[in-house]
Write a protein that binds this ligand. Structure first.
Ligand code: BGC
Length: 348
């Protein structure tokens, strides 16, 4: 069978390779790959900046935004042939640390976790794959076209859960949400904000095309102005930062409402440097009881929350997020960004 593989650390090594078909071990499902979503992390791995192959292997099967159909399921696993499934990305560290021991592997403390398609475990970018039934999530059968969005939605479902827990420090009835960045994470964060009844604003640099249309499709407001102008006008109670752009992060932190919660989800590369007036920042955060925090990955609870959020969402709006689909043979084209891309998907 064929799989999308890469030599981690070696830019330009991505290719469609012939690999052995997987055999399901005890407690595992054998799954026919349906589709694979591509995200910024995959771009970083293909660019040689991130990722690690399994011990003893040169190449890593890429892909962590999965969607497949169960071919074989063990008795009593709760799954049956034909079920639409998504595989969870992260596995607990072997020790395990306290968080991993409690199923909260998304908050692993010692960093020795592994991740399918990213860190030391083969991913889901192959025509067949296996997954432990305990790390598979079933999707509504009618989500086949958009089910590949479950993994990014799980990232956002976790971010929202954490925002609400942090808000729960005191009275918290947020009214306005500002999302920075109208990529897949930003748009899904906006969707979950709309589902919570918030007034939603999304900021991006792109002036036309799928991004503003998708935001309008949520009855949210799209902005391309300077973040400080937008934020000081709307005074958001919650900001979800989904660009990883350093200067934007600082603006987000200084322009929110009192008791504001700022959730950072973008993974930045180093630089550019911004000068920070640490005294003013400290004053702002303390005197307004602000909180800002980072959020990465998702555990099984967040996948379940995300599956519910997707099943409540308008299918055609979700389908509109997938702006490009490629067959596996042309998968390498996914790593050349095109202007209007939101989510690029590879059909397996
Ligand atoms: C994935 C996460 C993962 C992170 C860091 C993201 O793209 O969605 O599951 O934890 O990359 O590897």
């Amino acid at each position: 069978m064929r799989a999308l593989t890469v030599v981690p650390g070696k830019a330009g090594s991505v290719e469609v390779s012939e690999v052995d078909s997987p055999v399901a071990g005890e407690g595992e499902l054998l799954v026919d790959g349906v589709a694979l979503g591509v995200c910024g992390t995959d771009h970083d791995i293909v660019g040689g900046e991130h990722g690690a192959a399994p011990p003893g292997a040169d190449r890593l099967v890429l892909g962590h935004e999965s969607l497949g159909r169960v071919r074989e399921a063990p008795q009593g696993s709760g799954f049956a042939p034909g079920d639409l499934v998504v595989g969870v990305v992260r596995r607990p560290d072997p020790e395990p640390c306290g968080a991993c021991a409690h199923g909260e592997f998304d908050a692993c403390r010692n960093g020795r976790f592994t991740e399918r398609g990213i860190k030391e475990l083969h991913g889901y970018g192959s025509q067949q794959w296996t997954v432990a039934a305990d790390y598979a999530v079933r999707l509504d059968p009618d989500l086949e076209e958009v089910g590949v969005l479950l993994e990014p939605a799980s990232i956002v479902a976790k971010a929202w859960e954490q925002i609400e827990r942090i808000g729960g420090r005191s009275w918290f009835e947020p009214q306005r949400l500002l999302v920075t960045g109208a990529g897949p994470i930003g748009l899904l964060a906006a969707l979950l904000g709309v589902q919570r009844g918030l007034e939603v604003h999304v900021l991006d640099q792109i002036e036309e095309g799928a991004k503003p249309e998708l935001v309008a499709g949520l009855d949210a407001t799209y902005h391309t102005d300077d973040i400080s102008d937008v934020a000081s006008e709307i005074r958001p109670d919650v900001i979800i930062e989904a660009t990883g752009a350093g200067p934007l992060i600082m603006e987000a932190i200084t322009n929110n409402a009192a008791f504001g919660v700022v959730c950072l989800t973008g993974i930045s590369s180093a630089g550019p440097k911004v000068t920070v007036d640490a005294g003013s920042l400290n004053r702002e955060i303390v005197l307004e009881n602000d909180a800002f925090f980072g959020s990465v990955n998702a555990n099984l609870r967040h996948y379940e929350l995300a599956a519910r959020a997707l099943s409540w969402a308008d299918r055609s709006w979700l389908a509109g997020m997938i702006t490009r689909r490629l067959p596996l043979e042309r998968a390498h084209e996914a790593f050349t960004a095109e202007g209007d891309d939101v989510k690029v998907v590879i059909d397996l």
